[in-house]
Ligand binder design. Sequence first.
Ligand code: TYM
Length: 338
Amino acid sequence: MTVPIPNQRIFSGVQPTGNLHLGNYLGAIRNWARLQDEYECIYCMVDLHAITMPQDPVELRASTREVAASLLAAGIDPADSIVFNQSQVPAHAELAWIFNCVARLGWLNRMTQFKEKAGKDRDNASAGLYTYPALMAADIMVYKATHVPVGEDQKQHLELTRDVAQSFNSQFGVECFPLVEPLIYGEATRVMSLRDGNSKMSKSEKSEMSRINLTDDADTIARKIRKARTDAEPLPGDPEGLEGRPEALNLLGIYASLDDAPVADTCQHFAGAQFSAFKEALTELAVAKLAPVTGEMNRLRADPGHVDEVLRQGAERAAALAEPIIREVQDIVGFLRP
Ligand code: TYM
């Protein structure tokens, strides 16, 4: 049976490792919540991806619940969108194997995330870390999803997803998979560290002061913003004046994104201001926008049974969509299904 390619179906994923930070929120999760009204959406805690790096089993399980709670707190409605964890829908791993046999070593060798995560000791990286992008392609294609909202850092992986889909289609002479469109938009597609405007805000950065977590309370947010690195100049009146000023660019981008306004408006508003005054305004805005999410997370944390039930039902709904597609793929590839 051929499963038709949907007109518009969204898929996206997040690794359930540690707390979500402002980069995850502004670059991805806030957009996920907003897309629900327009599209059919599937959102996944990618625990299979998480174990490409060593994880403590107890912490992985706890983080999966915690990250799921953050998604719900950020406004993702499980009555509407599908929310689940990847390991509970086996079709992801099944399609990933097939994609491992479609993806070329040359393509995987170009992936910058592998190079960054493997570091210098490449021989010691897991084979899973290397084939990570094939699993990511499978996550998306096992639903024939057409659009993927992500931050800038995932762009290369989505290009590989298109290559794998196209290569599969042409190898077997079928129109099975769509060519996925990345949705990368807003003023914060790449939120940078508060300590270094040239490196990405990330969970793996050692210093807690480098990022604002969704679990941070108002005092912690204020302290982190107060300590954020800046330069000595007052703020410029337009975005051109941010060139060569990565920290200023980052903080103004965060403000604009939280304020849902273009960066040009933020520049105009703070033209000539000192960072001290701007930081106070940024703190106030960040606390106002994040407090409701943090509050809801705390409420959900007290009710792990609810989160587990959301994930259970989500996995059931996801599997119902994925199963006919994996069967179609097995037929195309030539697997006997007695
Ligand atoms: P992950 O868990 O690293 O990040 C989740 C989402 O947050 C975005 N993001 C950021 N956006 C802006 N600035 C930042 N500093 C920042 N840091 C993270 C990411 O771009 C991402 O959208 N490989 C993916 C997970 C994944 C996936 C998928 C995504 C697995 N399968 C299929 C989309 C479709 C990852 O590690 O995201």
